[in-house]
Design a protein. Structure first.
Lengths: 186, 186
DNA sequence: ATTTTTGTGGAGTGATTAGTCAATCTTTAA
DNA sequence: TTAAAGATTGACTAATCACTCCACAAAAAT
């Protein structure tokens, strides 16, 4: 019954369907089952709500990934596990995935502090640096590797969403798409 | 002095800077140096303007690419030429590139007819089909290949924009990034 | 028990916005 | 030359929106 969360959930749904511009705060409040005043009690402005939603979603994703790297796991296995986990997360949270894409290619992006972005990507940058030091990955700039990987993932995901494969085919694609990108960067 | 074009140019600039929601039609008209009425004379609604702008940009890009496939050019060379042309177009037209990304991940996307999308991508799908028939490309679904290539391109471009490389490094990256993706799909 | 803080509602407001309209100007066609 | 069609203007409007305000309720702190 956390009203803050209800508001975020409602905002997510409406933003994905109608865009940022197409969803009035009043409808968000309505969908969340709270009053207009309550919404503005928690989020001083609509922009603040949008940014809060982005950070909320990102930390959800991060929570899915971090924490449990098995001891002795090879670097490749770690990459594969996280690659696949990200794909599954996106598959199971299509609204969150779409919102993130929408947010990242909108002017809202500039409202997020660089520190916040660094914080979110640090885990992954560390992993890539480790892989380069161990001569597993090609010694490309980290930013480039990151961009290549994430655009690959979002591309695959876009495909998974639009073409409805059965579970087996989907499984297969996820596996092979990892191999494709892994060969590319090693 | 084509007022329609002035309107589209102004809209592009403002949309990229402030987003669809953040730019009133009145400001577009102002920036374009025409009256409010003129804008609505050419575009019945704001949505229609947004869609028209997308189609306008896409046909600009298409004009950069099509038409001049040299006789006897190998399939790989064709892919490479078009890959590089796309990257250069995006590099030289950053606003158009950003707008396209923003548009594609917004609900406006659904306002475009499937025919329009097919028309835009037909050239490329034909090329890929030819490459598969010639056993050059892996026999993956065309949609998947398309998604992989375009997400790779937009990833590389994002990197080119954010990290300001000098011309030589940039040239090098463009070449190697093609090889990377080519190896992936062949 | 009493005060203070925090959460909640919802009517209200001023500013803004997409879109209209009638009047003028420009071009084209006969 | 004249008429018709199209282009252009900018004031105008009805609706909408982000956000405020104040009253009250619940919980926490004293």
């Amino acid at each position: 019954m956390d009203k803050q969360e209800q508001i975020l959930k409602a905002a997510l749904k409406l933003f994905v369907e109608f865009g940022f511009h197409g969803t009035p705060t009043s409808r968000i409040a309505q969908e969340a089952g709270v009053s207009n005043g309550t919404l503005f009690h928690y989020y001083k402005t609509k922009d603040e709500l949008v940014v809060a939603l982005y950070i909320y979603i990102k930390s959800n994703l991060a929570a899915c990934m971090s924490g449990n790297r098995p001891a002795g796991e090879t670097i490749k296995a770690t990459f594969k596990r996280e690659f696949i986990a990200t794909l599954y997360w996106a598959k199971e949270n299509p609204m969150e995935f779409r919102f993130t894409q929408q947010f990242l290619s909108s002017p809202y992006l500039s409202m997020i502090s660089i520190d916040e972005i660094k914080k979110q990507t640090k885990h992954f940058f560390d992993l890539m640096q480790e892989a380069i030091d161990a001569r597993v990955l090609k010694p490309l700039p980290l930013d480039l590797l990151f961009t290549l990987l994430s655009s690959h993932i979002s591309g695959i995901n876009q495909y998974l969403i639009t073409s409805n494969l059965d579970a087996a085919k989907e499984q297969e694609l996820i596996q092979t798409s990892f191999d494709l990108v892994w060969d590319m960067i090693t």
